[in-house]
Design a protein around this ligand. Structure first.
Ligand code: WT7
Length: 636
């Protein structure tokens, strides 16, 4: 028991030391005391990072929805599980109790089963932030089916790529979605995607906006009548702890998106444990994470972590600026939110608006403020601390990744003293190390290097769907024997970690992880474009924005540059989504390349960031003369 809920710093250190000295014991105790297993494990952990292979709770059997729903029915049946706050503040809030959630998940699972979905089948979910989204994840899990949620801001092409990559046979979508004052025709995007997805037999359509849609006979079915006809009870399919729970795509520095595979038992234990501790969750708290369930933050800390703890979790359909910039704080006041978890980019955007938007609301219910997704700059941290937390709510700067499944480095609020821009200390069971460029561990404090983790934790992704080799190459080859995160970090004099940012070609824009390769591929489809390179540069709200260097073919040379810019951004919107649009596009005669033909993004990054004092050695380039030319024409 004592390990499950940390309440002060000394206790953190005790628990942490124990978790490192004997990880198997530590995670066994937590698994034993707090979850419902249908069969106990034979072995807590087996692992080999060289293969790589990691198995937690091998031999154990369970269903995660029994842990997130059924077992709460005895004591929390009438407690709100999901508190749904619609886009339009005039539309009523929905309080979905644990009993209602149970019934909705069972009905949905029965519908999926009728449509032929069974254990191990992949189901794509492309939905806005409405209750059916959470319900559909759980309905898949009830059947042992594997959900693959695609963020509903991705384009038809991006959706099709993800559906095909993991062979989904069924898609769950909606007619449309609301986003602030806009209505988006989601079904039309799905229709377009499905033209390229021969494997999809069925699409189930949730009615949300009531907009015009085309239903394709034999394939498309309205969900509601099927739910109405379905039984409100369904036994959970019992799965192995190491059976996959979901696939979730994330960008890589090269190539197509990676379908990270998370398994059931370890993921459940770790998300539940970290939810409890990082948010200091207590019964009757009202917890709100503003992320979209289309990202890992939503999977782990809107759905699974909170529900495994029997919590009330808020789902918000809208955006922070609608109907005005006070919307977040209005919701906090209305529902007396106790834990609030958001992204630095949202904080920076809100900090630019009039303080009245914050000050006119009673935020005294708040106890813990969280951030995630990118480094939080000092200014934003102070604004959050002073104006939202009134210096009374500790800020937890939580570092983690799609691949890690759960929070890895974070203060324990009310235990760990916080410092702006520091994620501070590892969660129990997490063993971070800093590596130098030669692959040697950098020991001691007051040092900086590349962040790796040297011991497995229960929610580490087990593979990349359909490409285990890529999984090994991406995460386990840079520093053999460790998991490499792709981030740089420093460890200060007291051992606190500060994440300094990506050290690869992944760019984080407004907290969204974007790989350069798919964006460049989209740009290069333009008939006038010869070649392109994307880099990130500092942006005061987005954290980073995208800067594109584009060389044109002869045919493009006479063209109006603003028109070309618009066409390029339209292509990116079509192929990936509006989140990947370029902030600046510079047309240039050439791109700096190494003798082996590799584009030197390092130099382009410096020029885009107006940091050209030290470009390093450019004499080894194939074409050093282009560097000066690019600097001369670089955009104001
Ligand atoms: C990358 C992972 C994990 C949920 C959302 C992002 C960056 C994440 C922090 C933080 C500095 C952070 C890292 C990481 N990142 N949290 N608190 N401080 N950087 O998941 O899309 O898989 O992105 O986001 O660079 O590697 P993701």
């Amino acid at each position: 028991m004592s390990n499950y809920h940390i309440k002060h710093l000394e206790e953190y250190w005790q628990v942490y030391r124990r978790s490192v000295r004997n990880p198997e014991n530590f995670w066994e105790e937590i698994a034993e005391e707090h979850f419902l297993w249908r069969k106990r494990w034979d072995k807590v952990l087996s692992w080999d990072f060289s293969k790589p292979e990691v198995k937690w709770y091998e031999g154990a059997q369970l269903n995660i929805t029994e842990n997130c729903i059924d077992r709460h029915l005895a004591t929390r049946a009438d407690k709100t599980a999901i508190l749904f706050e619609p886009n339009d503040p005039a539309e009523a809030t929905q309080h979905i109790t644990y009993r209602q959630l149970y019934e909705r998940v069972c009905r949905f699972a029965n519908v999926l089963a009728e449509q032929g979905v069974g254990k191990g089948d992949r189901v794509c979910i492309y939905l806005p932030m409405i209750p059916e989204l959470a319900v559909s994840l759980l309905a898949c899990a009830r059947l042992g089916a594997v959900h693959s949620v695609v963020f509903a801001g991705f384009s038809a092409t991006a959706l099709a790529t993800r559906i095909n990559d993991c062979d989904c046979k069924l898609v769950i979508c909606s007619d449309g979605s609301y986003r602030g004052s806009k209505t988006i025709d989601l079904k039309a995007i799905v229709d377009k995607a499905l033209e390229e997805c021969p494997g999809v037999e069925t699409s189930l359509v949730v009615k949300r906006t009531g907009g015009q849609v085309t239903m394709q006979g034999g394939r498309d079915k309205w969900l509601q009548p099927l739910l109405d006809a379905a039984d409100a009870q369904r036994d959970a399919t019992i799965v192995d702890a190491e059976d996959p729970l979901f696939v979730l795509y994330t960008s890589g520095s090269t190539g197509k998106p990676k379908g990270m595979v998370h398994t059931t038992g370890g993921y459940m234990v770790y998300t539940a444990y970290t939810f409890k501790n990082a948010f200091q969750y207590r019964e009757n708290d009202v917890y709100w994470c503003t992320a979209d369930i289309g990202w890992i933050t939503g999977h782990s800390y809107i759905v699974y972590g909170p529900l495994a703890n029997g919590a009330t979790t808020v789902m918000f359909e809208g955006v922070p600026s609608y109907p005005d910039y006070g919307r977040f704080w209005e919701i906090v006041e209305k529902h007396k939110v106790t834990q609030f978890y958001t992204a630095p980019t949202a904080i920076r955007a809100l900090a630019k608006e009039n303080l009245d938007f914050v000050n006119k609301h009673d935020l005294s219910s708040l106890k813990v403020l969280g951030t995630v997704g990118e480094p939080i700059n000092e200014e934003a941290w102070h604004w959050y601390n002073e104006n939202v937390g009134k210096k009374n709510s500790p800020i937890i700067d939580t570092w983690w990744q799609t691949e890690t499944g759960g929070i890895m480095i974070s203060p324990i609020p009310y235990s760990t003293p916080t410092i702006p821009t520091f994620a501070t200390l590892p969660m129990p069971g997490i063993q971070p190390v800093l590596m130098d460029e030669n692959g040697k561990e950098i020991k001691g404090n007051g040092v900086e290097g590349r962040l790796a983790i040297k011991f497995p934790w229960p929610s580490i992704a087990r593979t990349i769907y359909g490409n285990h080799e890529r999984y090994r190459d991406t995460y386990f080859s840079a520093y053999p024997g460790t998991y490499f995160t792709g981030d740089g970090a420093l460890r200060d004099a007291v051992g606190y970690y500060r994440i300094t940012g990506r050290v690869d070609d992944v760019i984080i824009v407004s907290g969204h992880n974007l790989g350069t390769a798919p964006i460049e591929d989209a740009i290069n489809e333009h008939p006038a474009v010869a070649e392109s390179a994307i880099v990130g540069y500092p942006h005061d709200i987005k954290g980073n924005a995208l800067y594109g260097y584009v060389t044109l073919k002869e045919t493009g040379e006479g063209r109006d540059q603003d028109n070309l810019r618009n066409e390029i951004n339209q292509l990116i919107t079509d192929r990936i989504g509006p989140i990947a649009k370029l902030q600046k596009i510079q047309f240039t005669a050439g791109l700096p390349k190494t003798r082996s033909g590799k584009i030197m993004r390092r130099i382009l990054r410096k020029i885009a960031g107006k940091d050209t004092s030290n470009l390093g050695d450019i004499s080894t380039l194939l074409n050093p003369e282009v560097v000066q030319a690019i600097m001369d024409e670089s955009l104001a």
